[in-house]
Design a protein around this ligand. Structure first.
Ligand SMILES: [Zn+2]
Length: 276
């Protein structure tokens, strides 16, 4: 199977949850060896992903307030580098809470979300412009000043196509904001094959910060800033993640579902790229 970033040969690395993970022999990108299409997106990001627990969100809507705050935080970071609040496209917008944070900071925002239920929620309840679909298949004549991909890139089944599309949709000097997991982070190294992100088929791409940047530079992006988000997750979400990893364990009953916990995000980073 060829590397979804650089098209070079890959070799088997190890198996996770019944799927083979491969490493590219040239750019060392790690990915789930899977043949995927639109059906896959619809299945994995179906309603189960948001409400069924497991690798998805136990109750995504409960995370809403925190996500909106995070959107505001990113809007403020953007303001520092872009100097203006323009038109943005939030890829994998889900119910739109993060996008709402940008809109509250006066960005003109459009969301793109494969899950119909989530997209509908954002339109009806949050009054946002959210279109149903994937970036790879998205057709528009509009151009954007910012494209955001918050915890989305790892789920792309055709990452090259998605990032090329993002490049095309951006205005000159437009920004690409990515928040994703770092396979070469300390926690990923410590946990090894048990790292929480090795959860195919919902997670397909396992980037390193350097690998992602090297790849984006080949497309014409330049990295201009990076950092680590601080993250809080709800007790219900924490329980769901732990249950997925540990199975039913009586200790999980001790975690209150309605409290928010700081989440160790040493293995999560954000990076801001600019189209050159
Ligand atoms: Zn490669």
């Amino acid at each position: 199977m060829v590397c979804p970033l650089c098209n070079s040969e890959s070799k088997f690395a190890f198996a996770a949850k019944g799927f083979d993970l491969h490493d590219c022999v040239k750019c060392s990108h790690r990915f789930t060896a899977i043949s995927a299409d639109e059906t896959h997106v619809a299945e994995v990001y179906g309603d189960e992903y948001f409400s069924g627990g497991g690798a998805g969100y136990s109750d995504y809507l409960q995370e809403g307030e925190m996500l909106t705050k995070r959107g505001r935080m990113y809007a403020k970071i953007l303001e520092k580098y872009s100097g203006k609040k323009g038109k943005m496209l939030d890829v994998g917008a889900a119910a739109g809470f993060l996008l709402k944070g940008f809109v509250n900071e006066n960005w003109n925002g459009t969301g793109l979300e494969p899950n119909a239920e989530m997209a509908g929620f954002g339109r009806e309840k949050l009054n946002l412009d959210i279109k149903q679909g994937s970036l790879e298949e998205f057709e528009t004549n509009e151009k954007f000043d910012l494209i955001s991909m918050i915890q989305v890139a790892a789920h792309f089944y055709e990452p090259r196509k998605a990032f090329e599309k993002a490049f095309d949709l951006l205005n000159e000097n437009g920004f690409l904001l990515i928040e994703t997991w770092n396979r070469e982070s300390l926690s990923a190294r410590i946990f090894g094959r048990n790292w929480h992100e090795y959860s195919p088929p919902s997670v397909l791409q396992f980037f390193s910060e350097k690998g992602l940047t090297d790849f984006l530079e080949t497309l014409g992006f330049a990295k201009i800033a990076r950092g680590r988000p601080s993250k809080k997750i709800s007790g219900a979400h924490a329980k769901s993640l732990l249950k997925y990893r540990l199975g039913d364990n009586f200790l999980l009953k001790l975690i209150p579902g309605n409290l928010n916990f700081p989440y160790p995000s040493e293995d999560l980073f954000w990076a801001l790229y600019q189209k050159k």
